[in-house]
Design a protein around this ligand. Sequence first.
Ligand code: 5CA
Length: 161
Amino acid sequence: MSETVLPDSARRVADAAEAAGLAITVREMPASTRTAEEAAASCGTGVGQIVKSLVFRGKESGRAYLLLVSGENRVNEKAVGREIGEKLERPDARYVRETTGYAIGGIPPIGHAAQLPVFMDAALLAYDEVWAAAGTPQAVFAVDPKALRTATNATVLSMAG
Ligand code: 5CA
C-alpha cells in the first residue's frame, strides 16, 4: 500500500477522509501540484476540475472560513461575504497555516486543525470528478464533488463573478 509511506500532512488528510466516510486515494504526483494550473497539468484534467481550498477571514469576527473554489473561478469576495453574513479579507500565510494545520499550496478541503465553516463553489458540482490538494504541494486526491460536499458539510454558493 503506497499510502503507508505518505508524508505526515498527507496521511492526516487520508485519515480524515476515512473518518468522514469519504473513499479516496491520496496520490503523490511526480511534479508540483502547488497551484491550480500545475495541479491540472499533473492530474491531466482541466483547471475547472481543480478544487482550490482558500482560507478567508471574517473582518468582524476574525474567524476563518474555507472556500472550495473551482480552479477557473476567482472569488467575488463582496458577493460571497454577503452570502456568509460578514465582510471577508484575505489572511496572511501564517494565519492560514495556524487555522488549517497545512502550508499554502497543499491546503486540503478536509482534515483541518480546527473545524471550519465550509462553502463550495457551485461550479464544481458540474463535474463527475474533481481533484483537491491532500496536505502537501505534491499530493492530491480525486473525488466526486457531491461526496466532497457531504463530507465537508459545505454550503453551496455561486462564487463566479
Ligand atoms: N494544490 C493546489 C491545487 S489543489 C492549491 O493548493 N491551490 S490553491 O489555489 O488552493 O492554493 C494556492 C492559493 O494560495 C493561491 O490561489 C492564493 O490565493 C493563496 N496564497 C498564495 N500565497 C499566499 C500568501 N502568501 N498568503 C495568503 N494566501 C496565499
